[in-house]
Design a protein around this ligand. Structure first.
Ligand code: ZN
Length: 187
């Protein structure tokens, strides 16, 4: 059961006039609770050809490896959010953010925006949402223990792209849709 955020009255599902989607609407004060996609910002952090991964200390996917990433906050840019997440999850400073991967996941209303970055001084720790953090070379990546499809794809893109590009600023932007069946769609 849901209640109005504005007046506390019991809210109901209906299509507001002039709209075409079901919304949670308050019959008492007419407040409409809009739910829109959320942006997840994150960083692929590189040091001497290795990538920084964090093992999740939280659900979902507890114990699986991921990139530093999380929900964007009001008051920050996407890149700032990616760098903040790197501090929070890996106790590390990521620098030189280069826009690298954008994934739409329409089925769950999420948009991932991931930046290719450098790890300052090669230093990192373990953030509060991580069990451990570590740098992995390509042949050390625990592919069967990667938390999310978006992370898997980003790692794959990176190991492919670096065969053709040296400077991070020359890496191409990857924009894809992640569908339920995990098939690759390009827009
Ligand atoms: Zn209300």
């Amino acid at each position: 059961m849901a209640y109005c955020l504005q007046c506390g009255h019991q809210a109901e599902q209906k299509i507001p006039e002039g709209d075409h989607n079901l919304r949670l609407v308050c019959p008492s004060c007419d407040y409409i609770h809009y739910e829109n996609p959320k942006v997840i910002c994150g960083a692929l952090v590189i040091y001497e050809q290795k990538v920084l991964l964090c093992r999740r200390a939280i659900e979902p996917r507890y114990g699986y490896w991921t990139l530093p990433a999380g929900f964007m906050e009001i008051g920050e840019t996407i890149a700032q959010g990616a760098l903040r997440e790197t501090v929070e999850e890996a106790d590390a400073i990521a620098t030189n953010p280069h826009l690298y991967c954008i994934y739409d996941i329409p089925d769950i209303g999420q948009i991932y925006v991931l930046y290719l970055t450098d790890l300052q001084d090669g230093k990192f720790g373990t953030g509060i949402e991580s069990l451990e953090c570590a740098l992995f070379s390509e042949d050390e990546i625990p592919w069967d223990e990667i938390a999310f499809e978006a992370v898997k794809r980003t790692l794959n893109h990176y190991f492919t792209d670096r065969q053709h590009h040296y400077n991070h600023n020359d890496f191409p932007l990857h924009q894809e849709q992640i569908a339920k069946d995990k098939s690759i769609k390009r827009y």
